[in-house]
Design a protein around this ligand. Sequence first.
Ligand SMILES: C[S@@+](CC[C@H](N)C(=O)[O-])C[C@H]1O[C@@H](n2cnc3c(N)ncnc32)[C@H](O)[C@@H]1O
Length: 207
Amino acid sequence: MPVSTAAARRERRQLRQAAGIPSPFGMFLKGFLKHPVMVGALVPSSQTLVNKMLSRCDWANTKVFVEYGPGVGTYCRTILDNLPADATYIAIDTNPDFIRYLRHEIVDPRFSAVLGSAADVIQIVADHGHEKADYVLSGLPFSTLPAGVGDAIGQATADVLRSGGAFLVYQYSPKCRDFIEPYIPRIDHAMEWWNVPPAQLYWAWKE
Ligand SMILES: C[S@@+](CC[C@H](N)C(=O)[O-])C[C@H]1O[C@@H](n2cnc3c(N)ncnc32)[C@H](O)[C@@H]1O
């Protein structure tokens, strides 16, 4: 069943309520209270931020889309609505509660929720039968990641992207640029104020 139809969403909400599983907001807040440093935000991204961040994707030519830190899947529906039918969407998160939640909520043959670290993206993409990704989207809290992890992720992302692909990053702190620019120097930047808190957006284009 496609993830995006209103009937599918209603059915999943009813199943979720019957199983005692929290709403996306409740689940996100629970995740923040349990792992504040790794989650790094109190509420999910706004739909305005989601649309702006994804607005530069060339969907018709996207075969592999990777997301780091999907949380409760705030971007998933919009990505799946745009992704070609034969594409692959790999969402990687270190939080087992979020991965379990995503596997329950998002039923789509293109989608795979992986419990793991973004630093291992090359192996994870290879495990799905691909060598390169067209886009990597990141909501990671770069500035609070353990020492060395941000740079490892920046390097691995540059290696996994095909040329012409892009690293799409939204963050509340501009510090995240330090983990992108050394590996992918061509960067476009914008702000989105309609988000709590306002977000920095970066599109880093692999040459
Ligand atoms: C700010 S939340 C982003 C939530 C969601 N994308 C949104 O916009 O609503 C950051 C997410 O990054 C995840 N995370 C933290 N370190 C990670 C890592 N090394 N690899 C993958 N995910 C990680 C956290 O578990 C959390 O789900």
